[in-house]
Design a protein around this ligand. Structure first.
Ligand SMILES: Nc1ncnc2c1ncn2[C@@H]1O[C@H](COP(=O)(O)OP(=O)(O)O)[C@@H](O)[C@H]1O
Ligand SMILES: [Mg+2]
Length: 416
């Protein structure tokens, strides 16, 4: 298809769909950011009441749930506060997964502060002394964010862990007068296994973690708000509507009853929105429709029409599924069981089959839903009476499914 390439994604910098983008005000969990920034600000202005170490970690096995974002957004916020009050504040972000040794981590901290990295072969002790000199002589307030901190502990090298300990005690080398120099830390870890690692390997550090923040996977309403901010800032007006965001949010929301992949990941949701926008752009649609959303989700789910799965369906199930695919395409949304049955009966007659009755059709519907091919959900408000609403599963592109079903029904493909 030759498209006019109607633009959907805005060309702006920073691009709201890039991985580095952080909204000035987070649509969700801004309260956590405000709290952390305030807490560090107090510590900076009041001087030491111990070390300031915060640990941010996620629910087991969850990614894309905002750990890195909360840490960086807190640093940005603190930077803003400090600037307004004339405080010499800096922050440094290091991902320990990519920077495997403490030596290298210290280099990364030193080089932006000291115009160039220290000479090769400088000992760790000397580097640490350089660092505390710079902090002291500039009355610098330095926030160090170490992301994926479990990498350091998991590597398990005894001398590395000792060096890490020294880094975490760096503030002890500074004079105690409040308002002068300051060092704080935000450690970010994947999940709570880092706590037992700390307890085992570095109990001294574990006991100094003053604040722990556990992040849960995102709920549907939270993902919706995150997507709304990206769509409003990153997409051309008039190319999207709420239903697009709702469908993606529900697909990944931890609490959505129809979720296809309830991982609660903001990253996945944002990528899906971008992919849906690209699909619509490439196909010259002018706006993001239901099919574009399905193609985007299919990309993430790695979905392809599975002939073997379809071959396990009876002729009547194929006809019913065809009807649902057709209506999903036409409406870009759910249809009532009544609408589906009417089209199914029409199709059955066209293919020389006697349409099956209510009970049987309900049974077919249940089976198609159990196979994950369709979603069946009770009608809510807005639909008269109580009925079941049906559509093809959100991550299955209804156009692809329909053409495949057509070929099968026409006897144009061999089923395995
Ligand atoms: N509360 C939030 N508000 C806005 N965007 C968010 C929020 N949480 C996560 N995101 C976005 O989701 C993506 C993944 O978040 P990230 O912090 O990298 O997850 P994690 O570190 O837990 O894997 C990023 O693009 C990030 O900007
Ligand atoms: Mg992260």
């Amino acid at each position: 298809m030759f498209s006019q390439n109607k633009k959907i994604i805005r060309d702006i910098v920073p691009n709201p769909f890039s991985d580095q983008y952080i909204p000035k005000q987070l649509p969700v969990r801004q309260d956590m950011v405000d709290f952390l920034a305030e807490k560090y600000y107090r510590s900076i202005t009041r001087g030491y009441g111990g070390t300031d170490i915060t640990l941010i970690y996620g629910s087991l096995g969850r990614v894309g749930i905002g750990k890195t974002t909360i840490a960086k957004a807190s640093a940005y916020k603190l930077e803003g506060i400090a600037r307004n009050r004339g405080i010499n504040f800096r922050w440094i972000y290091i991902n320990a997964y990519y920077v495997p040794t403490i030596h290298e981590i210290i280099n990364r901290i030193l080089s932006p502060l000291s115009r160039g990295a220290p000479a090769r072969g400088t000992s760790l002790t000397d580097k640490l002394r350089m660092l505390s000199d710079i902090i002291y002589t500039n009355a610098l307030k330095l926030l160090i964010i170490i992301d994926e901190v479990q990498s350091i502990l998991l590597a398990g090298k005894k001398d590395e862990i000792e060096k890490f300990y020294v880094l975490m005690r760096l503030h002890e080398t500074l004079p105690i007068e409040p308002g002068d120099s300051w060092i704080g830390y935000i450690l970010v870890a994947q999940d709570n296994t880092v706590l037992s690692l700390f307890r085992e390997i570095l109990p001294q550090v574990e006991s100094q973690i003053g604040h722990r923040i556990l992040l849960d996977p995102y709920r549907t309403d939270e993902l919706y708000k995150i997507l709304l901010e990206r769509a409003s800032s990153g997409l051309e007006p008039g190319t999207w509507d709420d239903s697009v965001l709702e469908k993606i949010a529900c697909y990944y929301g931890i609490d959505c009853p129809e979720a296809g992949d309830p991982v609660g990941s903001a990253r996945k949701a944002i990528i899906a929105l971008r992919n849906a926008a690209e699909y619509a752009e490439i196909h010259g649609l002018g706006y993001i429709n239901d099919l574009a959303v399905s193609h985007a989700l299919a990309e993430d789910a790695g979905y392809s029409v599975d002939r073997a799965a379809l071959s396990s369906l009876s002729k009547h199930e194929l006809l019913l599924l065809y009807a649902i695919a057709q209506l999903t395409l036409e409406k870009g949304d759910y249809s009532t069981t009544g609408e589906v049955r009417r089209l199914y009966e029409e199709l059955a007659e066209r293919y020389g089959e006697k349409p099956r009755g209510h009970t049987q059709v309900n049974e077919y519907t249940r089976r198609l839903a159990a196979k994950g091919l369709i979603i069946a959900r009770p009608s809510g408000r807005g639909v008269r009476g109580r009925t079941t609403l049906l559509r093809v599963a959100q991550e299955i592109p209804a156009d692809r499914l329909r053409s495949e079903l057509y070929l099968i029904l026409e006897g144009k493909v061999e089923l395995g």
